[in-house]
Design a binder for this molecule. Structure first.
Ligand SMILES: Cc1cc2nc3c(=O)[nH]c(=O)nc-3n(C[C@H](O)[C@H](O)[C@H](O)COP(=O)(O)OP(=O)(O)OC[C@H]3O[C@@H](n4cnc5c(N)ncnc54)[C@H](O)[C@@H]3O)c2cc1C
Length: 506
């Protein structure tokens, strides 16, 4: 084939736009089709009445040396516009407040004073996280999908993984039991952090993944200036600088695989795009919808068998600067130790940086509150009982504001603007079926999902593939997918020309 391989990426979430930019840098002719008018998806920032609210994600990790954002940024020539957040956040349990300092000595003193029950935990966690970060920085082909992947993966394994390998086989709950940690405050402290970074609590979360998940404050969390959406915006600029295109307001409505194995993508604007390679920054459910009867049987079985993932209920507040605490900018509030987390019992409260004047009218700050919620009750009520649905929105608004009182006294009076976001809003603005967000719970490292779809040259990217949720996680996934695409094109040389430039990305 004389022409260069055309790649279409469906969606400019952080995972999609990063994979797109990496492939454009490799010389592929890349077009990103984004349904919305700005990039970022769940890690996007939207304008409302003079505020720039972070829609979902508010804090980003992975900028440390060897972290996914650092690696992708270096490859793409991006100078990240970010500000380190210190302390990372404060966790308010009903009777204890713990500050997650990034600074080592402060964090050591804090945990010794506030979480003595976990004294044997931190040594194991930090050693495991350190070795796992080093392994992740070698961009392992995990989960492996071919013998070639296994061979490449094997070259990236080092002896320091051996002592932590038992953690790959156990849950965080089992690890805590082995270490004798039964005290409810200590367990809930770990659970609250796992819920936001592994989508499940210690009973089910894999211990090795969990060790990294609770390590984020130590390696550093950051505020992108102008809002978290600026991460995807900066990557989008790198994409165009490397010759790619990013087209907004174009939702892909159908993917057709033609007899010659190329793809035809239809959009809601009545346009069609041809491609040899397609990357879907989508959940498996959304991909199966777009393929319709063309969805491979394994993908159809997957979407029928998989339980739905979490949704989110959010509140966006405009609050005067003087009403906000100065101790930290991010908080997690747990209201009751004896109740399951999520559904308003665990609420993340994030404030725009006081130095970031772009985010709010003068003297004000943009605040995002969020909690995990099961999506089914929302949709059932929305369809059968609109008044009941409205009451539920109000109940959740009240639960989140009650939790926020712990951080912002008199928040109801102080807030000049309160805007709710339900799973149906996430569905509308990110097109994720049912408003399911955050990817799959990280329970077993041996059951994680890779980027394969069952159709050659059609790949998934985003938080449905390992390592899953977070801007850092989807960037790690994008690095892997871009490397796999480049490799598989080189392998199918007869079908595709060599990319314009052949610098390796993995
Ligand atoms: C409430 C909440 C809080 C969170 N907090 C954090 C946090 O603090 N830190 C963190 O790192 N992570 C956080 N996350 C997780 C993080 O936001 C996500 O894991 C990550 O942003 C997902 O990226 P993605 O690449 O999967 O793309 P998505 O965010 O799913 O974006 C997909 C994009 O594709 C577009 N699209 C979808 N369908 C189509 C179509 N048919 N045609 C064209 N375009 C389409 C959408 O418009 C969207 O822009 C949070 C998530 C939520 C919901």
């Amino acid at each position: 084939m004389a022409k260069q391989a055309r790649v279409v990426v469906i969606g400019a979430g952080v995972g999609g736009v990063t994979a797109a930019a990496l492939l454009a840098r490799e010389g592929f002719a890349v077009t990103v089709l984004e349904a919305h008018v700005y990039p970022g998806g769940c890690a996007g920032t939207f304008y409302h009445k003079g505020y720039r609210f972070d829609a979902g994600a508010t804090l980003a990790g992975g900028f440390q040396q060897g972290g996914p954002h650092q690696i992708a940024g270096d490859l793409l020539g991006i100078q990240w516009q970010i500000e380190r957040v210190e302390p990372a956040w404060v966790i308010h349990l009903p009777e204890r407040s713990i500050t997650r300092w990034g600074e080592e000595a402060q964090w050591r003193d804090e945990r010794a004073a506030k979480l003595p029950e976990l004294r044997h935990f931190w040594g194991v966690q930090e050693r495991a996280a350190e070795s796992a970060w080093q392994f992740a920085a070698r961009l392992p082909e995990f989960p492996p999908a071919s013998l070639g992947d296994v061979a490449r993966l094997a070259t990236k394994i080092r002896p320091n993984l051996l002592p932590i390998s038992p953690l790959a086989l156990m849950s965080m709950g089992q690890l805590l039991n082995v270490l004798g940690v039964r005290e409810p405050n200590a367990r809930t402290f770990i659970d609250a952090q796992l819920l936001i970074s592994a989508q499940t609590t210690s009973q089910h979360a894999n211990a090795l993944y969990g060790a990294i998940a609770v390590d984020l404050p130590r390696v550093g969390v950051y505020h992108p200036r102008g809002g978290i959406g600026n991460l995807a915006r900066q990557v989008g600029e790198a994409l165009t600088a490397h010759g790619g295109r990013l087209i907004y307001r174009h939702a892909v409505t159908k993917i057709v695989r033609r007899a010659d194995k190329t793809f035809l993508l239809h959009t809601n604007k009545g346009n069609t795009f041809e491609a040899e390679i397609v990357l879907a920054n989508l959940t498996p459910w959304a991909l199966a919808d777009l393929l319709g009867e063309g969805a491979p049987p394994a993908l159809q079985r997957e979407v029928q068998a998989r339980p739905s993932t979490w949704g989110a209920f959010t509140l966006y507040l405009g609050v005067p600067n003087e009403a906000l605490p100065t101790q930290a900018e991010h908080f997690q509030v747990v209201q009751a130790l004896e109740q399951p987390l999520g559904e308003g019992n665990s609420v993340f409260v994030s404030m725009s940086s006081p130095h970031d004047t772009e985010r709010a009218p003068q003297g004000m700050r943009a605040v995002t509150l969020s909690t995990h919620t099961a999506i089914a009750p929302w949709w059932a009520l929305r369809e059968s009982d609109p008044e009941g649905y409205q009451r539920r929105v109000e109940q959740y608004r009240d639960k989140l504001l009650d939790a926020a009182e712990r951080v912002i006294p008199n928040v109801r009076q102080a807030a000049k603007l309160i805007l709710p976001g339900t799973p149906s809003a996430f569905y509308r603005f990110t097109r994720r079926p049912g408003g399911m967000v955050g990817g799959f719970p990280l329970t077993s490292l041996f059951k994680v999902r890779g980027p394969q779809t069952g159709i050659e040259n059609l790949w998934l990217v985003g938080d449905s593939i390992f390592p899953g949720q977070s801007t850092a996680g989807v960037t790690a996934g994008a690095l892997r997918v871009a490397a796999e695409v480049a490799r598989s094109v080189a392998y199918q040389r007869r079908a595709f020309p060599t990319p314009r430039r052949a610098e390796s990305i993995g």
